[in-house]
Design a protein around this ligand. Structure first.
Ligand code: URA
Length: 219
């Protein structure tokens, strides 16, 4: 991955005014987190309040659960690439429509995939999965199965926010499902890039890491 090209894309992203999501009262587009050289890309839905504040994806409650799930399968956030379908926070945290997802991802996510060239993409939830496979693609029916998109293996699984809404037996069951889906994704990535380092000794503190970005987004 060329660092210059990544910087060029980031500059384009920060200037983006291509759709009305930019004008829904947010602080502007959010970038990616993690390592652009990682063979593993995780794609969420869109920024919530904490993400809008910090300018990076999945650092709020869903992101904290994601970090725990990654750790359980031998991954840390600094060694995977994490991004969202839409980069600007929709008003009141509403779910972005498929049209909004397409409008944003056709410009930005597609460019990220070209630059990062992931060996495996994990779709976190319906919005991400439906971007790749259309509006009838069901997470409930398809999670845990392999798909491909332009020859890249794609694994759909539950979004961490879905897990946060579960309780009791349902929660235990869905956590195990995500664990097995992530495990399958790591195994495929390791088979493709066995020499890559997938885990740091400690979980990175993302909020501390992105504090200066957060300060730069306050106006
Ligand atoms: N925050 C994100 O950045 N993405 C999601 O999908 C949910 C919360």
């Amino acid at each position: 991955m060329s660092n210059d090209k990544m910087q060029d894309w980031l500059q384009e992203l920060m200037k983006c005014d291509a759709c009305k999501l930019r004008h829904e009262g947010n602080r502007g587009p959010t970038r990616y987190s993690g390592d652009p050289d990682s063979p593993l890309m995780f794609v969420g839905e869109g920024p919530g309040g904490v993400e809008d504040e910090y300018g990076v994806p999945l650092v709020g409650p869903s992101g904290q659960l994601l970090d725990k799930a990654l750790w359980s399968v031998g991954l840390t956030r600094d060694h995977v690439y994490v991004t969202n379908i839409v980069k600007c926070r929709p008003k009141n945290n509403r779910t972005p429509t498929l049209e909004e997802g397409k409008a944003c991802a056709n410009i930005h996510l597609v460019q990220e995939i070209k630059l990062v060239q992931p060996k495996v993409i994990v779709c976190l939830g319906k919005v991400a999965f439906q971007y790749f496979y259309g509006h009838t693609a069901s997470i409930m029916r398809n999670r845990g199965k392999w798909f491909t998109w332009h020859d890249i293996p794609v694994m759909p699984t539950y979004h961490p926010a879905f897990l946060l809404r579960q309780a009791g037996k349902d929660l235990v069951e869905s956590k195990w499902q995500v664990y097995y889906d992530f495990k399958a994704a790591v195994e495929k990535a390791v088979a493709a890039e066995p020499d890559f380092t997938y885990k740091s000794e400690e979980k990175p503190n993302l909020l501390a890491q992105y504090e200066s970005l957060r300060e730069s987004r306050h106006f």
